[in-house]
Design a protein around this ligand. Sequence first.
Ligand code: NDP
Length: 276
Amino acid sequence: MICAKKVETDMPLEKLFALFGNPVHHSKSPLMHNLAFHTLGYPGCYTRWLLEDSGKLRDTFIGLGLEGANITVPHKEAAMRAADIVEPFALEVRAVNTLIYKEGKLYGYNTDAPGFYRALKKLGPVRNVLIMGAGGTARALSLYLRSQGIDVEIVNRSAPRLEWFKKEGFVCHTWDTFKPKSHDALINCTSAGLIDDALPMPKPLLDDSLKRAKYAVDVIYGKMTPFLKEATALGLPHFDGSEMLLQQGILAFDHFTDHLYSLDEIEAAMRPFLTL
Ligand code: NDP
């Protein structure tokens, strides 16, 4: 594992950070954060911790003497309960992915959706999006994008999960009722393509929607999904879930280091992990 080089500094040495999840063995977060600590000369070290019992999150965090942590599946809601103070957006989506220990209190944040938005803005101006899928990721992204003034429509394979979106006032469709129209970005928040070759919508609906879109985004990472293959064939600018992973990591690192660096400095230090 790469950890920070020792530097001439008046900061205390070796602050410890961790990722909690189950599973965690596959995670690239330690590589990403340790690379940035090393490059920026920050005295931090980031490890991962397999946590089976969500109820033990707070005690484990304190017991390990952590300064901060990221939290992944399935503990994000438990992390919200473990925190003393939770930022309003994380409370709204009931998901904390970043915990910080400061002056005896645990602070909880959600950097997933803001990270996604940071990546989306890099594609160009986006006024409206079509989100495919209605699970936890779609919920967080839809609320955050709307809070940034973006119109959000949702299309999902089946109806039950759309109830929450309807109550929140989003325009919703199932495949049966959906009629393709122009959206700046088409976002795949389904798990179609994750472990199979499925498309997130039936091909005729998807192709029609892609032809009318400016950008395509997939939250799945680690593979070229059938959806992104279609988007690439049409020449659409796009990014995948690894960019979202990077951007949420940049915002978490900003909390870990208490805003010591600009986001651009953190990004320059962290981005090379994508090619490691
Ligand atoms: P959920 O289990 O909460 O929701 C899954 C959604 O996918 C549902 O809307 C479901 O539709 C739909 N779906 C599943 N299979 C298909 C299929 N074959 N065709 C069409 N729709 C399908 O998942 P999450 O919201 O937690 O995660 C969604 C994706 O986001 C996953 O692939 C996950 O890996 C990825 N992810 C990436 C992150 C990143 O940092 N890059 C972070 C978090 C998640 P229905 O309601 O009809 O069942």
